[in-house]
Design a protein around this ligand. Structure first.
Ligand code: PGA
Ligand code: ZN
Length: 426
């Protein structure tokens, strides 16, 4: 069989934070090959699949020698001879081989890199781009991007508490135009901050590292930057990733910059005030992963009007998405393939979200590489949205630029999801 897996090779490479990560090459009988790379989060949900790190003193304990060894031994042995076109069977084999709930034996970094490499090899064997292979002949759209302008939280020394201040070019007519809009806002924000003396380089995902005196000042500056770039709020809107698990637990939210501790209800009132004051169309993880009551109250208050995304709250898991549907705790899901550890499980999470009318945002991690698979996943599965970080640093730009190439390859048939990519079409 031409598409039989002939060889699997794992190696250590380095991510955008200069930390080790796992890369896997898969070679098929017909000579086709594919590559997958594991990204790494910094503000991880506690229910995510485990990223296997070696521990000890070498490289601050972050080396991935064990995960790489798992790829080159057990994983290779189990998968060689299997059909790369049978992604679900290959992923089921990885799940069974690991045999733990959170992939803690083999490491989700080993399994996701292998899983994506198989899909890429299969696509190449069919002479298809990855997005085309993943689409299985269904219609596709280029995603509405969520692009970070200011970085905060765990990605910027906690200079501001809110992790991502992002924009969404909802008024663009094409992905190409969407990036022009974002470029104008990104540079307007940078110049405006520099003139105020509040710009200090870039954060982990390429957004400006700000020197604001309150979280709300970031919202004011972002709103102003959109205007300075010449856009209306129905052209470029704001999204937030609060990443509240980073500063909230057990119903208490400690905002370092604002020097204030909020109860769940007080934090709700503050967020609602922001949503009512600024052109915000999407809020991710407004409450901590342990605060279902907070997520429910927020979704109840604004879920008819804006998108409420669960990231740490859902960690790309079908069971947690189903629970959130029952609880009415959010109305959209962030899909991070390495949170769950295989492409097939990510796809199941996507399908569960779709069935229940949830919005879907394929997302990178804060630790990334030049790998562009998620641009293809967002397009091929037609999730409608893609979040990759900011508009600087090549590990981010690689994904945005790949979307441009996909759009170009589709020619007149290309469709940009635009505002319809959002959970709530405005
Ligand atoms: P992470 O953050 O990759 O550091 O977990 C990204 C996010 O919270 O969306
Ligand atoms: Zn997040």
């Amino acid at each position: 069989m031409k598409t039989q897996i002939k060889h699997i090779h794992g190696r250590r490479i380095w991510d955008s934070r200069g930390r080790p990560t796992v890369e896997v090459d898969v070679l098929l009988q017909d000579g086709s090959s594919g590559r997958g790379v594991a990204p790494a989060g910094a503000s991880r949900g506690s229910r995510e699949a485990l990223e296997l790190r070696d521990g000890g003193s070498l490289l601050n304990g972050l080396d991935v020698a064990q995960a790489v060894t798992h790829v080159n031994s057990e994983i290779a042995q189990a998968l060689i001879g299997r059909d790369a076109l049978a992604q679900e069977q290959a992923d089921a084999c990885l799940i069974a081989l690991d045999s733990t709930p959170l992939k803690s034996r083999l490491g989700a970094n080993a399994t996701i890199a292998t899983s994506v490499a198989i899909a890429q090899a299969a696509a190449n064997s069919q002479g298809q781009a990855l997005w085309q292979y993943l689409s299985q002949g269904q219609p596709v759209r280029l995603p509405l991007p969520q692009i970070q302008i200011f970085g905060g939280g765990a990605h910027a020394g906690r200079r501001v508490d809110i992790q991502d201040f992002l924009v969404m070019p909802i008024g663009a007519q094409s992905f190409d135009e969407a990036l022009v809009m974002v470029a104008n806002v990104y540079h307007a924000a940078g110049q405006w901050m520099a003139s105020l003396g509040k710009r200090h380089g870039v954060a982990d995902e390429g957004g400006w590292w700000p020197d604001f005196s309150s979280n709300e000042e970031a919202l004011q500056t972002l709103t102003r930057s959109i205007e300075l770039a010449g856009y209306r709020h129905d052209q470029v809107a704001i999204a937030l990733d609060v990443a509240a698990s980073e500063f909230g637990q057990s119903g208490r939210y400690t905002l370092g910059l604002d020097q204030h501790v909020y109860s769940t209800d007080e934090w709700l009132q503050e967020l609602l005030r922001w949503v009512n004051t600024y052109p915000i169309v999407s809020v991710e993880d407004p409450f901590a992963e342990d605060d279902t009551a907070g997520m429910q109250a927020f979704t109840h208050a604004v879920g008819q009007k804006i998108q409420v995304i669960g990231d740490d709250y859902l960690v790309t898991r079908v069971d947690l998405i189903e629970a959130a549907v029952r609880d009415k705790a959010c109305n959209a899901v962030l899909l991070k393939p390495n949170q769950v550890g295989t492409l097939s499980e990510t796809r199941q999470a996507m399908q569960t979200a779709r069935q229940h009318g949830f919005g879907m945002v394929v997302s990178a991690r804060s630790g990334e590489t030049e790998d562009t698979a998620i641009a293809h996943i967002a397009t091929g599965w037609d999730t409608g949205q893609l979040k990759v970080g900011s508009f600087a640093r090549s590990e981010r730009m690689a994904k945005w630029n790949e979307c441009l190439r996909i759009e170009e390859s589709l020619g007149n048939n290309s469709v940009y999801a635009g505002k319809h990519g959002l959970k709530l079409a405005l």
